[in-house]
Design a protein around this ligand. Structure first.
Ligand code: C2E
Ligand code: MG
Ligand code: MG
Length: 702
């Protein structure tokens, strides 16, 4: 389909001029309309919205300058190109025309053959500008910008005349240079200018060029246009576009780089990846996207403050860039302008690799990144350790476009997290289903508290020798309206990741304390152990939340125990010691959960004010079949006793396990052998003897 002809409004007081202009423009494929003076031009402009205005300067009544300035102030007048017709030698009126907002000018007498080309060129230029979606303000600034220098030059370089805007030139007076040679006075622009003058004179078209000058340590950018202004002479109009250039650079930087680390940002990454995919498709190459996420970065931010967090991100970025530079031998890192690594935001980075021979090379790069980041960082006087989880997706097998590749790398990264962090995972199809579920879960988890989808089950803990219930452990249950019961192993990590564990944990704490009160009212005296996740433990205000939960429920601190994992207490030993002492001073019990799975050493355990260790279920499971597990369990019991700690065995399911534990001096047990975690009303039955026959089983033993 052919587009509508561009529509030109021709404004001139002389009928002959209008006629010639219209004929020449129609011949060049424009549609035209005429106006006889400024006033008529403005009203036609408003009604007919021309694409271009050809405007005579000298007109009775409202002249061209005034008409142009008024037009620029009209609602749609900012963008329309205005070509002004001025007298040949009249440099000052050219200047004036620009001030009034003209886009360009032609000098009279007009070369009617060239006019059509000129107008079309201007029309195309204005289209390009609007295609570039430059903002209206920018367009306005562009079209109304006045030139800084105008030099009329002969073909041989002799300067005929010179006008400079105030403050725009390095102090040259017209009389100093008129009659001199261009190269003498403007060495920076002479060569380009003379080349363009020759061309302009040859084909009659405006020539443009840009140049820059280093003046007192500062780079200035200029844009020059050369138009024919007579036989063998041309007018060079120069604008200082330094501000625009700098603004463009700034805008480019803001749009494509991350201001904290100076690394390319998500947008840049997407464009780079797009190009890389395009190349790879043509050359049958591969591309790998490595999606990096620092492990537990939030904790560093929470603990040391954001400035330390930011400092760490900067250092991590530098280290990444450095270590990837060295990996050229393994695989080609997309290395144009340092675009190897980009930061997506937060603690997420993406590395792009191409040209590797097989995926082992990609794995090697992932390993190198992990090694490099595993060395400590010194930020703000702290020595910090980070690890990173990496998800990897490959083009073309894991996705043929940018979105898909990044999404799948992200999914693989989540699997690396689930896999215990500090590792890398290649994307596989099966991850996708899991990731989808994860996403859906996260959304519903956010609503679960409000919707009352949580409740708590309680699992009895028994004294192995007396057979009495010593307490219960509160275990959170989530009944999702669609998926049914979701196990804590699934939603607790999710809640931690999504930052929801703190409110959820508080719910458990408060509900458990209230339940203890209810049991007390039924005449049952019992302690409750509540699990605390590490995120909760580093949260400020935990102590207050705990005492509030106790006082609101109206129970003694002695009724509450906290279960912390080894990982949690080892996070920051000094702080933990002091926090635990505060809880201890309040009268709370403190247990180490899942003992044996972490890496706490005896010397540290001595420093914590603990009451008991809970041997992890994984040891108890094979206690009777696996010699190592048996030995470990015995050692833990012995060690705990030397530290005056009680030992509780979790996950006791069989009589054989119970026997082993009994014989080796374990103090308490918890497990399906006696009772699964139960709703609170069933716990009442356990106590009233109608529930699980605890004593019976242990009596057999004795
Ligand atoms: P945990 O604290 O080690 O809790 C013991 C887990 O072992 C519970 O799993 C319990 O149901 C299970 N268990 C008890 N006896 C047996 C047995 O004989 N055999 C087997 N196979 N399992 C047994 P559950 O309820 O699925 O909870 C899993 C983990 O989720 C808990 O491990 C705890 O780390 C976490 N969790 C549960 N509730 C909360 C909570 O309110 N807050 C936090 N932060 N974590 C919680
Ligand atoms: Mg526990
Ligand atoms: Mg446990």
């Amino acid at each position: 389909m052919r587009e509508k002809d561009p529509f030109v409004l021709v404004v001139d007081d002389e009928e002959e001029m209008r006629f010639l202009a219209c004929e020449s423009l129609k011949g060049a494929g424009f549609s035209v309309e005429e106006a006889r003076d400024g006033v008529e031009a403005l009203s036609l402009f408003e009604r007919r919205k021309p694409d271009i205005v050809l405007l005579d300067v000298m007109m009775p009544g409202m002249d061209g300058f005034e008409a142009c300035a008024k037009l620029r102030n009209m609602p749609d007048g900012g963008q329309t190109p205005v070509l002004m017709m001025t007298g040949l030698d009249d440099i000052r009126s050219i200047h004036h025309a620009y001030e009034a907002g003209a886009t360009d000018f032609v000098t009279k007498p007009i070369n009617w053959v060239v006019l059509g080309h000129r107008v079309r060129y201007m029309w195309r230029a204005s289209q390009t500008v609007s295609n570039l979606r430059a903002s209206e303000a920018k367009n306005r600034a562009l079209v109304s910008a006045i030139p800084d220098l105008m030099v009329r030059v002969m073909k041989d370089g002799r300067i005929l005349s010179y006008v400079a805007a105030k403050g725009a030139d390095p102090g040259i007076e017209p009389q100093d240079i008129e009659g001199k040679n261009l190269p003498e006075v403007f060495p920076e622009l002479a060569e380009q200018a003379l080349g363009c003058i020759e061309l302009a004179l040859k084909n009659g078209e405006t020539q443009t060029f840009e140049y820059r000058v280093l003046r007192s340590g500062c780079m200035y950018y200029y844009e020059a246009r050369v138009v024919v202004s007579g036989e063998d002479e041309a007018l060079t109009i120069v604008r200082d576009v330094s501000n625009r250039k700098k603004a463009e650079e700034q805008i480019y930087y803001l749009a494509y780089y991350d201001s904290l680390t100076g690394l390319p940002n998500r947008q840049f990454l997407k464009e780079r990846l797009e190009k890389a995919i395009y190349r790879a498709r043509r050359h049958k190459e591969q591309v790998a996207a490595l999606f990096l996420d620092l492990d537990r970065f939030k904790r560093i931010n929470d603990t040391f403050g954001h400035s330390v967090g930011d400092g760490l991100l900067k250092d991590v970025s530098e280290r990444l860039v450095r270590c990837l530079r060295r990996s050229d031998s393994i695989a080609r890192v997309l290395d144009l302008n340092g675009t190897t690594v980009s930061r997506l935001g937060g603690d997420e980075f993406v590395v792009l690799l191409t040209d590797y021979s097989d995926i082992h090379d990609v794995a090697k790069v992932a390993q190198r990144i992990q090694n490099e980041l595993s060395m400590s960082f010194k930020v703000g006087g702290y020595e910090l350790f980070v690890s990173v989880s990496i998800g990897i997706s490959l083009y073309p097998s894991d996705g043929e476009d940018v979105e898909k590749l990044l999404k799948n790398a992200d999914i693989a990264m989540y699997h690396a997290k689930e896999n215990g962090r500090n590792n890398y995972q290649f994307y596989t199809e099966s991850m996708n289903a899991a990731a989808f579920e994860w996403l859906v879960m996260e959304n519903s988890l956010r609503k679960a508290l409000e919707n009352g989808e949580f409740n708590i089950h309680y699992q009895p803990q028994l004294d192995i020798r007396r057979g009495t219930v010593t307490g219960v452990e509160a275990l959170l249950r989530w009944r999702h309206p669609e998926f049914g019961l979701v196990p804590p192993s699934k939603f607790i990590p999710l809640a931690e990741e999504a930052g929801l564990i703190v409110p959820i944990g508080e719910y458990v704490l408060r509900a458990a304390c209230k339940q203890v009160k209810r049991w007390q009212e039924e005449g049952i005296s019992v302690t409750v152990a509540v699990n605390l996740s590490s995120r909760q433990f580093v949260q400020e205000g935990l102590l207050e939340a705990v005492s509030l939960a106790l006082s609101d429920a109206g129970i003694e601190p002695g009724c509450l125990k906290l279960e912390l994992t080894e990982g949690t207490v080892m996070q920051n030993v000094a702080e933990t010691v002091s926090a635990l002492h505060k809880f201890k001073a309040m009268g709370l019990g403190i247990l180490i959960d899942d003992f044996g799975t972490g890496y706490s050493s005896l010397s540290y355990l001595k420093r914590f004010p603990l009451d008991a260790l809970k041997i992890d279920r994984s040891f108890v499971k094979d206690i009777t079949t696996d010699q190592d597990d048996a030995a470990i369990t015995k050692t833990i019991i012995a060690m705990a006793h030397t530290l005056n700690l009680k030992v509780i065995a979790e996950g006791v399911e069989t009589q054989e396990q119970l026997d082993f534990l009994y014989e080796n001096g374990c103090d308490e047990i918890q497990g399906y052998l006696f009772s699964e975690p139960l709703p609170p009303e069933d716990i009442s039955r356990v106590f009233s003897g109608k529930g699980v026959s605890v004593r019976a089983r242990l009596a057999v033993k004795r």
